[in-house]
Design a protein. Structure first.
Length: 292
């Protein structure tokens, strides 16, 4: 028989244990309503003993977010893993879309470069095999051309466009070729301005390009430069007449045309190289001057 007065029971030496559900009911620090457990059933705020589902840090009672990682209080671990998975995958998805877009852009540029015509861009400014010469000879090696040869080829291209516009201006504009003419005209003028010496042949070509591109004042300046050195030069008189008429100065145009007719016989006997290269322009100008 155990003497309860002198022999303590074993349970006297044990620390009293509290079951998970034995926490005494308290008051929620956020809504002040009775609450028990780790989270308030009314507002979801944390109670004493709550920990973060993401980083296991103890959460201050009443807090709605973990002060360490910012995870919402009461969030399930499964939901956190799902959110993290989406967050991790998003940058890779964006990178993949950007890569596809870059490949598509490069492919489009390559396609456009293959399908470009001789009137599309500066790279096609010079004659191309199969387009300008109908494939009868290989494309010229631009790197072996002199600056004057390149300028001369641009001049020929611009004049062909101007002739095409003169034949049917409506169709020319509808085909969008006026933009090509203006583009090549700018290139042609710049190419001629780089040439030295800037003789009568260079100035005439530059003036003619300016005239067909709608810049008659620049054309008249080139004509005056030619005539200041050689007053009876046929290309100078021809260009002066054309630019004056484009500027609306009919009297000046008629005066230059009369000078052209007077000077032509003697000047043509000089057989200057620029007269030979522009003999058709001179012949047409003399014929028009005779009719006026």
């Amino acid at each position: 028989m155990r003497n309860t007065d002198y022999e303590p029971a074993i349970t006297d030496y044990l620390v009293p244990m509290t079951s998970p559900t034995s926490q005494s009911a308290g008051v929620c620090p956020s809504c002040s309503l009775p609450a028990s457990g780790r989270f308030c059933a009314n507002c979801g705020s944390t109670l004493a003993g709550a920990t973060c589902s993401a980083c296991d840090t103890a959460i201050t009672p009443g807090a709605k977010f973990c002060h360490r990682c910012g995870t919402p209080a009461g969030a399930s671990r499964a939901r956190i893993r799902e959110t993290r998975g989406l967050t991790t995958a998003l940058p890779w998805a964006v990178a993949g879309i950007a890569l596809v877009a870059l490949i598509a852009m490069l492919a489009g540029q390559r396609f456009n470069a293959r399908s470009a015509t001789t009137l599309d861009a500066p790279l096609n400014a010079l004659p191309q095999a199969g387009l300008d010469d109908r494939g009868t000879r290989a494309a010229p090696d631009i790197s072996n051309m002199s600056a004057r040869e390149r300028a001369s080829r641009l001049f020929d291209r611009i004049m062909r466009l101007a002739e095409e516009r003169d034949r049917d201006s409506t169709l020319f504009a509808a085909a969008g070729k006026e933009d090509s003419l203006q583009l090549f005209a700018q290139m042609g003028i710049q190419a001629h301005m780089l040439l030295e010496p800037r003789d009568a042949d260079v100035r005439y070509d530059m003036g003619r390009i300016a005239e067909v591109a709608g810049a008659p004042r620049l054309a008249r300046i080139q004509a005056d430069s030619i005539l200041s050195t050689s007053p009876t030069h046929l290309l100078g008189l021809l260009l002066a007449a054309k630019s004056s008429r484009a500027l609306g100065d009919t009297a000046a145009a008629r005066s230059f045309e009369r000078q052209l007719l007077t000077a032509a016989p003697a000047e043509q006997r000089r057989a200057l190289p620029e007269y030979e290269s522009h003999r058709n322009d001179i012949a047409v100008a003399i014929e028009l001057a005779k009719r006026r």
